[in-house]
Ligand binder design. Structure first.
Ligand SMILES: Nc1ncnc2c1ncn2[C@@H]1O[C@H](COP(=O)(O)OP(=O)(O)O)[C@@H](O)[C@H]1O
Ligand SMILES: [Mg+2]
Length: 312
């Protein structure tokens, strides 16, 4: 549905996007992650034909952004980073206007506006001025605008930016619902979003793709992958450190500061990030060591993100 081939963009001397290539299949939600200034918005603007690439190309549903920009625009619903404000318009009026620009009129126009209002739950603010909407409703109005022509591909630039946790949750559910029949590229710098909505993520820094995979694949790069946190009551930390360090499936052990009275917390890092919970439980059982809490870490996305996006 989206095929990007060595796309680059220069702004004078700045290489904002440097030979980025990726594909998004039907039904996928690809999270486009990166720090501010990484090149996410610039890439999205090229895919939606708002700015031309300096080199490389991309196809949306088989249409080239270089040769068929008009066709590309019919295939895409786009939520820009700073949503255009039609502050003085009513929500319904704005959506009818967008539908008209898309070439719909009469009953078909009304049907489409009705459909997106339902889909994005805007009925109660239909006759309210955009200027007076809460940020959550404003964002939904922008999403509604992107859906008017029922496009197979959605490109959403930081759709949850600036929303409170409840609004974020709502917009994410909406995006998930829409993914059943669509292909979605969504940029974000919020890491939890990847786990919450995306089927796959791509990490970009300084215009380069530096990471790609499912969130589990990315998490497997974390130092904390499969590490075990163990809380024990009235234990001797030094003795435990010695004991755990001798286990052949353990790479290293650390004593994690714990402010709770009489509680000791240990973190064990497995050799080769392997799964060691069974072996460890067996060992604790044999040694009669009782614990209050035992948990396995999937890995930490913030650490992987930092590792991949900061130049060492
Ligand atoms: N129109 C422009 N002219 C000059 N530089 C730009 C322009 N648009 C973006 N940039 C620069 O390109 C880089 C990438 O920006 P952007 O794509 O907006 O990043 P992101 O969306 O990942 O935060 C930044 O350094 C930004 O300052
Ligand atoms: Mg941006």
């Amino acid at each position: 549905m989206i095929r990007v081939n060595s796309l680059s963009k220069n702004f004078n001397n700045l290489l904002a996007v440097d030979q980025v290539s990726f594909e998004v299949q039907q039904g996928e939600i690809l999270g486009f992650l990166g720090p501010n200034g990484a090149g996410k918005t610039t890439t999205m603007k090229m895919l939606t034909c708002f700015i031309p690439p300096s080199s490389g190309t991309a196809e949306i549903c088989g249409f080239s952004i270089l040769n068929d920009p008009l066709q590309v625009r019919t295939q895409i619903g786009y939520l820009p980073e700073s949503a255009p404000s039609y502050d003085e318009m009513l929500v319904g009026e704005f959506l009818r206007f967008v539908a008209e620009v898309r070439g719909y009129s009469g009953i078909e126009m009304k049907r489409r506006v009705g459909m997106v209002i339902e889909k994005t739950s805007l009925r109660e603010v239909e006759n309210q001025m955009i200027d007076t909407l809460s940020k959550g409703y404003r964002q939904r109005t922008c999403l509604a605008q992107a859906l008017i022509h029922d496009p197979p591909v959605l490109i959403l630039d930081e759709p949850t930016d600036g929303l409170d946790p409840n609004q974020k949750h709502e917009v994410r559910s909406l995006i998930k619902d829409m993914s059943e029949e669509r292909t979605i590229l969504i940029s974000t710098h919020i890491l939890e979003e990847v786990d919450a909505v995306c089927t796959r993520a791509m990490i970009i820094a300084n215009g380069h793709v530096v990471g790609y995979g499912t969130s589990d694949e990315l998490l497997s790069q974390s130092l904390y992958r499969n590490s075990i946190t163990l809380c024990l009551r009235n234990a001797d930390p030094r003795k435990l450190l010695d004991e755990f360090n001798q286990l052949d499936f353990v790479y290293s052990v650390e004593n994690v500061p714990d402010s709770r009275e009489g509680m000791v917390t240990m973190r064990l890092f497995p050799k080769n990030k392997e799964t060691i919970s069974c072996q460890l439980e067996q060992y604790l059982c044999t040694k009669n060591i009782t614990f209050e809490h035992f948990s396995v870490d999937r890995g930490r996305l913030d650490e992987v993100f930092r590792e991949l996006t900061t130049v060492s």
